[in-house]
Design a protein. Structure first.
Ligand code: HEC
Ligand code: HEC
Length: 303
């Protein structure tokens, strides 16, 4: 039986619903205005002091347009003791082979057992505390591990700004440049790079949009079936009328492995675990059907 609503109350209800719609309309208007504003911001994101191009890998040049971010970037040179420990400066005398006047602590000196454990392996020669991103390239160039082992060009990938060098080496194709760089010995590859990881490795020079510039990561994400531009899962399949999904999750209690997006209007029925348990009590074969289905789906070759 539906509850009776007195006429006066009904009037108030109508007013409340109308008010809610009005608020929603104002909200939608504000959202649209906000989107328009953001779009124009995206077209014209900053006051440009210098023109950046897709070949500007020197972060100091980017710093002219983005002084605050550049200052923050430069803070990675900091070598004060922090509560996290590890990277406080250790002075050293520069040599011709290794011009650094400061390094971080040696882990192998702090715990000589590491040298015994790694005997015959390059890490026994030199293994230090990590320090700020500003040092990634220098520390890689001058580690003793370069002296005891002929290191590969692939080392460059995480330590240097390699986007522009890859583009140059591959005549515009970073994938070709990536392969070229990786196939070189380190001593050769390092001649092609100039900076530690820099603005251009993460940002589009025109829009400042974040982007991924590492072919290895793009390939890895593809293998993981995710779109590198959005980080979202690529399409695994197409569900038609009468299909169901989520059976693995309801059986195992584990988080779902994929998201389902409705492309058209659909009617969905939700079955939760307690309801399922109720059904399988009276119809035990439902459980078997679901399990069989889940096993088949899990065994499907992933695309
Ligand atoms: C997949 C990314 C990646 C690659 C490839 C890589 N590194 Fe690193 N490297 C790191 C990270 C992250 C750190 C900082 C964390 C740490 O020290 O444990 C680091 C730290 C270092 C350090 C400073 C600390 C230390 O161990 O003394 C040196 C030197 C170094 N790497 C040399 C190399 C060499 C040589 C290669 C090639 C064999 C290489 N790296 C390849 C990510 C990478
Ligand atoms: C390792 C990747 C990486 C590097 C290198 C890097 N950034 Fe960023 N930057 C980011 C990320 C991630 C954000 C945060 C984006 C967000 O929150 O939407 C960001 C945010 C920004 C923003 C704010 C953008 C906005 O829309 O508000 C600016 C400006 C910026 N970075 C400039 C720089 C400059 C200049 C450099 C070089 C000195 C630099 N970044 C280097 C990853 C990087």
């Amino acid at each position: 039986m539906s509850p009776e609503i007195a006429p006066r109350k009904r009037g108030m209800l109508v007013a409340a619903v109308a008010a809610a719609f009005a608020l929603a309309a104002v909200g939608a208007g504000a959202l649209l205005a906000n989107i328009a504003e953001r779009k124009s911001e995206a077209r014209n994101p900053v006051v440009r002091v210098v023109e950046l191009t897709d070949d500007t890998d020197d972060p100091a040049i980017w710093g002219k347009n983005f002084p605050v971010e550049y200052d923050l970037y430069r803070k990675t040179t900091d070598m004060q003791r922090t509560k996290y420990g590890g990277s406080e400066a250790i002075p050293r005398t520069a040599t011709e082979q290794d011009p650094r006047t400061v390094t971080s602590q040696s882990k192998t000196d702090a715990d000589p057992r590491l040298k015994a454990m790694w005997a015959g392996y390059a890490f026994a020669a030199d293994f230090r505390e990590e320090r700020g991103h500003a040092y990634t390239l220098d520390d890689q160039k001058f580690t003793q591990r370069q002296v005891v082992v002929k290191q590969p060009g692939a080392c460059i990938q995480c330590h240097a700004s390699s986007y522009v060098p890859m583009k140059k080496l591959g005549n515009g194709d970073i994938w070709k440049g990536f392969e070229a760089l990786n196939h070189m010995p380190y001593t050769e590859a390092v001649k092609h790079v100039n900076h530690p990881v820099a603005c251009i490795d993460c940002h589009d020079s025109q829009t400042m949009q974040l982007r991924v510039t590492r072919p290895a990561f793009i390939e890895g994400m593809r293998a993981f079936k995710k779109d590198p531009a959005t980080g979202k899962q690529g399409q695994l399949g197409d569900l038609k009328e009468g299909a169901f999904f989520g059976e693995m999750s309801i059986l195992t209690g584990q988080p779902r492995m994929a998201s389902v997006v409705a492309l058209t209007r659909c009617e969905l029925l939700e079955l939760d675990r307690p309801t399922l348990d109720g059904i399988t009590k009276s119809h035990p074969h439902v459980w078997d059907v679901l399990r069989e289905f889940a096993e088949k789906r899990a065994a499907q070759p992933s695309r």
